[in-house]
Design a protein around this ligand. Structure first.
Ligand code: FAD
Length: 568
């Protein structure tokens, strides 16, 4: 079977001839009407059914097809996108432009709000149809509704097709009686009923010509986006479909690893990632989730023996699917207030602690190393996300998950509206997961997979001369050891901003009180929200019994071990 990457390479080799022929003939032709395919996420040629529809319309009508991306000031001016993610986007757009050029087309990058840019293009180019991939984020839903209305007023048809998720979110909703599933297990049951997702579509083999529109449509430089390239570190995960598909192939080339994959057993602090790091590519749609799913299924079927959800790689894609369905159907999903599935917890406002956490200055090396990796590289392992999210919220600082989500939203390459909010609610025990008394230790958690502290030494080089014995708790090292290591705690590296052993029991009490209050205010609704507990035993959404709270608290006081590790 020809792999997707092989297929793209084939297209690239044969397409340059078509490009020259088309450009020659267009120089003399009158400009026909236009079909626009609007790229937003879905920055790929493979499995892009909306693009294929645009190709069909344009081919059948003899129209030009113009692939457009719009740089929306909503994002460029908001400061919500960090430098690493801009670099990834620029890479993804350049790669897309190259692939389109090899098919005789090109990417036209426009600047401005879509509501202004598209009506202008419709008039200037005589656009008869716009196609795009459906997006379920609230901002996108509202934007797309406005754009569709404006297009209709100008007699331009609009076609949108779902291809960002494995299933149509509405299909999952309908299968669940019109409500989003609220447990992962329920999601798995629904997916079993629905059957495998539809197959990924192949990339188009050729594209109708774009014509030669007048204007400035080049892929933006980093400088245009306000990013100082000098300040960026090594580009570990270059953006784009070509790179994403190659990365997918590299994972699939290890069938034993794929078939034995158990997420909780992967290490959060290995020096090379222990999971696929396909998330930025899936987030931007450089790699289709359906292609990912079906390629894994091929590997599974060849081996016969493989792990299952929730821990398998298929299981990871189902977590994504689950959170997408819930996110798309829960008002105010990205905030606590007005969010029907979110526990109302009186979090503390503490600007200084929030800043220390986000800048990797908590005085807990494991937490600070993770936050440093996030800031430098834009990707951190799932369990590392667990550690720092728990620390910021219910574990130590008792700061709202909304603040943590915003920091992740800026710094992650894979920042994704639904997944970020859902996982933050999970980790803060605000929704989905309710065993708030199971708290990760900021000392013991990392030690389990990296007793030497090599990961800490990599990201916090000032601690690299610390003996392993003290690397997770440098404040406990005798002053002579600190001096010998060339790093005095309190001077060269911060003292812990809180004492974990003191704040943990306090926070558990506060959480218990908030849960109790929530239960009194809403005795029934929380039930059934939390059957995906970390131990898989399925506690309901209400607070666990005081007996089990006590037992778990005690057992976790020294080590996060199995009890605090999620099955996710
Ligand atoms: P793999 O283990 O290789 O999984 C394959 C794919 O499955 C991923 O690429 C991703 O698309 C999906 N996936 C895996 N785990 C999850 C999960 N728990 N939830 C949803 N989808 C998942 N993931 C994001 O993509 N964007 C986010 O903004 C995001 N924010 C998070 C915030 C917190 C607090 C936490 C705890 C997790 C968050 N995650 C987020 C989920 C998860 O950590 C990442 O998807 C995963 O670490 C990406 O690495 P990978 O591609 O190697 O994953």
């Amino acid at each position: 079977m020809i792999s997707a990457i092989h297929f793209i390479i084939q297209i690239r080799m044969s397409a340059s001839v078509i490009l020259c022929q088309q450009r020659d003939s267009e120089a003399v032709a009158m400009s026909p009407p236009v079909v626009i395919h609007w790229f937003r996420k879905g920055l790929r040629l493979h499995d892009n059914p909306a693009l294929l529809k645009a190709v069909d319309y344009a081919t059948q009508s003899g129209y030009h097809l113009r692939p457009v991306f719009i740089l929306d000031p909503q994002f460029t001016r908001s400061g919500r996108v960090g430098a690493n993610r801009w670099r990834f986007l620029v890479g993804a757009l350049s790669d897309l432009d190259s692939s389109l050029q090899l098919l005789g087309s090109r990417l036209l990058v426009c600047r401005g709000s879509p509501e202004t840019v598209l009506p202008k293009l419709i008039r200037e180019w005589d656009v008869r149809r716009i196609t795009f991939e459906t997006d379920t984020e609230p901002y996108a839903v509202a934007r797309d509704a406005r754009v569709a209305q404006l297009a209709r007023e100008l007699s331009c048809a609009v076609t949108s097709v779902t291809s960002h998720t494995l299933y149509e979110p509405a299909q999952v909703l309908a299968a669940n009686g019109g409500k989003p599933p609220l447990t992962y297990q329920r999601m798995v049951t629904l997916v079993e009923q629905l059957g495998a997702p539809v197959a990924a579509e192949p990339a188009p083999r050729s594209l109708p010509p774009p014509g030669q529109p007048a204007g400035h449509f080049s892929v933006p430089s980093l400088a245009e986006l306000g990013v100082d390239a000098e300040q960026l570190g090594e580009e570990l995960y270059p953006g784009g479909e070509t790179e994403g598909l190659a990365r997918l192939e590299r994972s699939l080339a290890r069938p034993d690893w794929v078939c034995r994959f158990e997420k909780p057993k992967t290490a959060p602090n290995s020096l090379q990632p222990s999971t696929t790091v396909l998330s930025p590519y899936v987030k931007f749609g450089c790699v289709s989730a359906r292609l990912f799913y079906h390629r894994l299924a091929d590997v599974y079927s060849r081996r016969g023996n493989y792990t299952r959800p929730p821990v398998s790689l298929h299981g990871q894609l189902l977590w994504r699917e689950f959170f997408y369905v819930v996110g798309a159907n829960t008002p105010n999903f990205d905030r606590m207030e007005g969010n029907a599935i979110c526990r109302q917890i009186p979090w503390i406002e503490n600007e200084e602690f929030l800043k220390a956490w986000s800048e990797g200055r908590t005085g807990y090396p494991w937490i600070d190393a993770v936050m440093t990796q996030l800031r430098q590289e834009g990707w951190i392992h799932h369990l590392a996300r667990h550690a720092v999210a728990c620390f910021l919220t219910r574990g130590d600082l008792f700061i709202s998950w909304e603040h943590g989500m915003k920091v992740f939203d800026e710094l992650l390459l894979d920042a994704d509206w639904s997944l970020n909010a859902a996982n933050w609610m999970w980790l803060s025990a605000s929704a989905f997961f309710h065993q708030f008394f199971r708290v990760y230790s900021p000392v013991a958690f990392g030690k389990k997979t990296d007793p030497n502290g090599d990961y800490i030494k990599k990201y916090l080089p000032k601690l690299r001369k610390y003996p392993s014995q003290y690397i997770y708790e440098p404040w406990k090292a005798p002053i002579a050891t600190q001096k010998a290591a060339g790093c005095i705690v309190g001077r060269d590296y911060p003292k812990p901003i809180v004492d974990h052993d003191k704040v943990r029991p306090r926070n558990i009490e506060w959480m218990a009180a908030a849960y109790k209050k929530g239960k009194a205010a809403h005795p029934a609704p929380a039930a059934g929200l939390g059957a995906d507990s970390q131990d898989g035993k399925g506690h309901s959404g209400s607070a666990a019994s005081s007996k089990s709270q006590k037992r778990s608290t005690q057992s976790n006081s020294k080590s996060p071990s199995k009890k605090t590790r999620s099955k996710k």
